[in-house]
Each structure stands twice: as structure tokens, then as C-alpha cells.
Design a protein. Structure first.
Length: 236
């Protein structure tokens, strides 16, 4: 969550950071290229179908480079999971949220999460693949909790601010609210094809997406608001 801050000079007399050399930059570029290729291949074929040879071909590199930089295909998959979570956190951190306006900010969080799932189907696809493996790879990550704590921390700040203003019910769990928002957005995106066939409507149509997002935003607010607006009470 972005906040306005005042830049401060670095403490002490530390000089400028050392610029990476040519070989270091080349190594970093190769590793990043392999990681991007792995995300694409794993998202399309899953862990089992995403072969090392296929990933190397997409990256325009060699299989031996995957083992050099990552050690194994499984370790590369863990790195891919960490990378998609990192990208999600970076995008979320760029949100301009005002804790003094918790209702509007909470709507913005819901809108962001729904939009992110749609714009990044690889995020959903890799998580689907990892869930088929019962999460055994992400559990090996030292960064998984770090990524989740940032997302939950944003909601916790909004809930505290809303409760302090008398807008939100006190004692609400940011973790529970996160699960509610993530479940509603993730399930819609990951199951949109089967749900479209089951319900007999195109859930990828813009109007269907907008209707569901509006419904979830209202559901989230009905969950957290201390007092529902008069029109909500009348329809409850």
C-alpha cells in the first residue's frame, strides 16, 4: 500500500552502490529469462508436463543452465511460485490506499484482486497446479509467509482504521477477510469455463464480471460495516 513519504539521505558516508559487471548482468538476465519461461510453461502444462527441455527452448537457452541456476526442476517450480507471489505483492504495493477512507480503500482492494486474477491467468494456473500437489512445493519456500503477511497487513490496517472511525465492526480478522475476497475472485477465474457451461452463460463477458465483482464488493462491505445503509437494511 503506497503512502506519501519524504526522501531522506542515506545515513553515514556510504558511497554509491556497486554496479554489476557485464558477466553478472548476463547471468542475472539468463536466470530471469529461464524463470519467465518456466512460469509460462508451468502455467500451460503444469509441473508434470512442464519439462526442462521445453522450458529451456522457450527461454532460448540450454537445459544445463536450468540445473546451474536452480539445481532441479522442482527447485525451479518453487522459484516460479515465489516469483508470481512477488509480482502480486509488488502490484498490490502500488495501490494508492488511504486508511482514513477505509470503505473506498476496501473496495479498491477487491477491485485490484479481481482484476489481477483476470490479467494474470498464469497466477491462477500455477496455484492450481501446486494445489494438485497438495502445496508440498510452496511449503519449502522461505518466502511464502512473507508474501502473505504483506497482503493481510494491508487489510488489517483498513479494518483497524474503519473500527476506530465507528464504520467497521471491531474484532474482525484480516486473515478471514482476505480468504473471503481471494476465494470469491479466485474461484470465479479458475472455474469460469466449467461454470459457464453449468450456468449456461458466458462468465467471461465484461457485464458478467462486473456484476459479480459488484456483488462481492457489497458482500464484503455487509460483512465489515458496523451499521448497514438504510437501503441495505430494507433489503436484508
Amino acid at each position: 500500500m503506497s503512502r506519501s513519504t519524504t526522501a531522506r539521505p542515506a545515513a553515514g558516508r556510504a558511497g554509491p552502490q556497486r554496479k554489476p559487471g557485464v558477466r553478472e548482468r548476463a547471468a542475472r538476465a539468463t536466470r530471469e529469462s529461464l524463470l519467465r519461461a518456466a512460469i509460462k510453461v508451468f502455467a500451460r502444462h503444469g509441473l508434470d508436463g512442464g519439462s526442462v527441455g521445453r522450458i529451456a527452448a522457450v527461454a532460448g537457452s540450454y537445459e544445463r543452465m536450468i540445473y546451474y541456476y536452480f539445481g532441479s526442476k522442482e527447485a525451479l517450480f518453487v522459484a516460479a511460485l515465489e516469483e508470481i507471489y512477488r509480482r502480486f505483492n509488488e502490484a498490490e504495493a502500488r495501490l494508492h490506499l488511504d486508511p482514513a477512507q477505509p470503505v473506498e480503500s476496501l473496495r479498491a482492494v477487491v477491485h485490484f484482486m479481481f482484476g489481477y486474477y483476470r490479467r494474470h491467468p498464469e497466477f491462477v494456473a500455477l496455484l492450481n497446479s501446486e494445489n494438485l500437489h497438495r502445496g508440498r512445493h510452496i511449503r519449502k519456500s522461505r518466502r511464502a509467509r512473507e508474501y502473505s503477511s504483506a497482503a493481510i497487513g494491508i487489510l488489517d490496517e483498513l479494518l483497524r482504521s474503519g473500527a476506530a472511525q465507528g464504520l467497521f465492526r471491531p474484532g474482525l480478522s484480516a486473515r478471514d477477510l482476505y480468504l473471503l475476497i481471494a476465494a470469491a475472485g479466485y474461484f470465479y477465474q479458475s472455474n469460469r469455463f466449467t461454470l459457464s457451461a453449468f450456468l449456461g452463460e458466458n462468465l467471461e463477458a465484461p457485464e458478467a464480471i462486473a456484476r459479480w465483482e459488484a456483488f462481492v464488493q457489497d458482500s464484503v462491505l455487509r460483512t465489515v460495516l458496523a451499521v448497514l445503509p438504510a437501503r441495505e437494511v430494507a433489503s436484508a
